[in-house]
Structures are given as structure tokens and as C-alpha cells.
Design a protein around this ligand. Structure first.
Ligand SMILES: [Zn+2]
Length: 388
């Protein structure tokens, strides 16, 4: 699936799921995963070729500009242009879902955060659907989104994944990898990588919540609901509300996400657990949004967006993210505001303490015990792990 180590693709389906399928899947399911793993080499070559094609995204200041390509179940990217901005629905479900999802994501960033596309400068949103046959993933490759059709070609009883455009939060997730790339550019490894994943889940979920007009308490906080077929015992690939509870399945295994620093997973797999420990900042965001109430994109989302845009750098860890969101909340809503306290409380609930820097006349807040619960392992080995 997404196993590049030198130039990691940012995929929605994490490697631990593929490993479980290899271990416990049916012969056809195992064959599928092996085929998807072989894809990785092909993709790297295609990505290099894509950089030279006319489909390279361009910036058109101030406008939503979507392009949807159909790879027609081949591996050559981007494929045939099938829908451009303003054109009517094609009747091809994947094409139209990719178009609508990219639009909903653009609108969240534009209307709520006053950001004009991924690069804040009107970058064209390029999506490719029907990538190869039986491709069980979706990814942002640094320039565009690519979606597989899932297992629709397999016999009913072997199908695990539906088409990858089915969940709008997956689309928002992938596009947010682009935003992160242009802003904090969080290295896709260890805690900075888990933050990269978490920001994608946060804004992906906000895209979904906003088109459903749901408050924080009405939202399901699931990522990728609808992606699994009915053969899978699970509701989604991740739960921000209750990390670790999204699925527990004989073939896919159990959702490994922790929701607290006490359960932080130290692993060399999955780029140091980027899809695993992202459960911790995901849960923190959920707690903040719930304490603030109302629509999560209005306050919690804004605080997280300003943090991603202005405060984090490529090697930021969880503690830095926590400190920075508290700082952003103070700048947006005031020191000691309910918003700032909610952000502090949200991180506290996942085991990350932030010392508030309140004005002197307000005195010091409760003393912290000073222990570092961030799980920061200090030295990131970054050799060759940058490109996206
Ligand atoms: Zn991702």
C-alpha cells in the first residue's frame, strides 16, 4: 500500500491494516494487498513523470478550480480529464464525489478560515479517480489526490473496502495534507507525523460536520465512515471521540489508536505510528470542541487552523502543538478566556499539560508537576524522510 520510506505517500489506510490482512485474510484478500504493495514502486515512477505533465496544478488567484481525472483503472497518472470547474455532474459516482468533496473542503477553508485553496493562493485542486484495479487506498502525493475503487471487482464475500471517494472526510483529510505541506510542513515521522495525520483528520471531520450542519455533540467524529463493506466488523477507520474503538475485525485486526499519552505506542512501523498516535491529538481536539459546544469549526477549528498556519514547524511535537493551540486561543479570544481554558483542558484530558501564561495580576495558575508526558523521544532521525 503506502510503504515508501524515502518519499512517503500520505495514505488514508494505515499499514497495520494491510499487515493484518496479509496475516488473516482470504486468498483473494491477501493477493489484493500484495498487488497494492507492488503498486508503491509504480507510483513513485508515476509521480516523477507527473511533475512534467500539463496536469500539474496551477494557481488561479481567488477562485475555486477543480479538475477531476479518470485513470480508467490504469496506472498512468493523471489519466483523462473528465470534469472541470463549473461543469455538470457526470453520473460517474467517484468523479462526482471527488468533485463535490474537493469543493466542500475548499469552501471550509475559504469561508471559515479565509484561505484560498491548499496553498492560500488559489491552487487548482486536482483529483484522480478509478486508479488501477482494486486499489485499496487514497493518498495525497504532494500535488494531487488519488483514489482507488476499493474491492468492487472482487466477489461479494471477499470485499473489505468500498470506493475511496465514498467518505467526504477522507477527501478533506487528503487535501489537508496539502495545506499542512504549505504551512507547518510537519515531517511525516513520529510525533510530527502523527500531528500531520491528526490535522488531516480534524479538518476532514470538520468538512463533514459542516456539510451535515452538525454541532460538536451531534457529530459522529468518525473518519472514513462508509468505507468498510458489511463484511467488516467496524464503523470507520478511526474515531476521534473514542480512539481505538473504530473497528475490531477478524481480518483487519483491532483499531490500535490510543487516546491518552499513557497508552502512547512506540513503534518503528507506520513511520513511527503516525496513524496510531494521531489518536491522542485527535481526542484532544474532540474534547476542546465538546467543551466549547456549537459548531466545531467556529472556535476549535479556528484555533487549530491558526496553529497549523502560524505556530508549528516541521519538527513540532505534541507538547509544542498543545502549547501553541493554547497560545493561539489566547490571541484569538483572550488570556484566561473560556476558549483558552477549554484548549488547556482538552490537552490535559489526553495527558498533556500546558502551563498557562496569564497576566501577572492574575497570579500563577495551578502549579504543574513538571514531568514531561509528551513522549518526546528528542531526536528524530530525519534522513531522507522529507519529500511528500
Ligand atoms: Zn493521512
Amino acid at each position: 500500500m503506502c510503504t515508501h520510506h524515502h518519499n512517503p505517500l500520505q495514505c488514508i489506510v494505515p499499514p497495520h491494516m494491510a499487515e493484518n490482512i496479509l496475516d488473516k485474510g482470504s486468498p483473494l484478500q491477501i493477493e489484493r494487498v500484495q498487488q497494492n504493495l507492488n503498486e508503491a514502486t509504480l507510483l513513485r515512477d508515476e509521480r516523477q513523470a507527473f511533475a512534467k505533465t500539463s496536469a500539474k496544478p496551477t494557481a488561479t488567484a481567488g477562485q475555486k478550480d477543480r479538475k477531476i481525472y479518470d485513470a480508467q483503472n490504469g496506472t498512468r497518472l493523471p489519466g483523462t480529464l473528465v470534469r472541470s470547474e463549473g461543469e455538470a455532474a457526470t453520473g460517474d459516482t467517484a468523479v462526482d464525489e471527488a468533485y463535490d468533496g474537493a469543493g466542500a473542503t475548499y469552501d471550509l477553508y475559504d469561508e471559515i478560515f479565509e484561505r484560498n485553496s491548499i496553498d492560500a493562493n488559489g491552487l487548482q485542486l486536482v483529483s484522480v479517480v478509478h486508479y488501477h484495479v482494486g486499489y485499496d487506498n487514497a493518498f495525497w502525493d504532494g500535488q494531487k489526490m488519488v483514489y482507488g475503487d476499493g474491492d468492487e471487482d472482487l466477489p461479494e464475500s471477499d470485499r473489505l473496502f468500498n470506493r475511496f471517494t465514498i467518505a467526504v472526510d477522507i477527501i478533506g483529510h487528503e487535501l489537508t495534507h496539502g495545506v499542512t505541506q504549505y504551512e507547518a510542513n510537519l515531517v511525516y515521522q513520529d510525533q510530527s507525523g502523527a500531528l500531520n495525520e491528526s490535522f488531516s483528520d480534524v479538518f476532514g471531520s470538520l468538512v463533514k460536520q459542516r456539510i451535515n450542519n452538525q454541532t460538536a455533540s451531534e457529530a459522529d467524529w468518525l473518519i472514513g465512515e462508509g468505507l468498510f463493506t458489511s463484511n467488516v466488523n467496524g464503523t470507520a477507520i478511526r474515531s476521534m471521540k473514542n480512539p481505538g474503538s473504530a473497528y475490531d475485525d477478524p481480518v483487519l485486526g483491532k483499531d490500535p489508536q490510543p487516546g491518552h499519552m499513557n497508552d502512547y505506542v512506540n513503534t518503528t512501523g507506520d513511520n513511527g505510528g503516525v496513524h496510531i498516535n494521531s489518536g491522542i491529538p485527535n481526542k484532544a481536539f474532540y474534547e476542546v470542541a465538546m467543551e466549547l459546544g456549537g459548531f466545531a469549526w467556529e472556535k476549535a477549528g479556528k484555533i487549530w487552523y491558526v496553529t497549523l498556519r502560524d505556530k508549528l514547524s516541521s519538527t513540532s511535537d505534541f507538547q509544542t502543538a498543545a502549547d501553541s493551540t493554547v497560545e493561539a486561543a489566547a490571541e484569538l479570544y483572550g488570556k484566561g478566556s473560556d476558549e483558552q481554558l477549554a484548549v488547556r483542558n482538552g490537552w490535559q484530558k489526553v495527558g498533556i499539560d500546558v502551563v498557562l501564561d496569564l497576566d501577572a495580576e492574575e497570579g500563577n495558575t495551578e502549579p504543574e508537576d513538571g514531568t514531561d508526558k509528551s513522549g518526546n523521544r528528542g531526536c528524530l532521525n530525519l534522513g531522507g524522510l522529507f519529500g511528500k
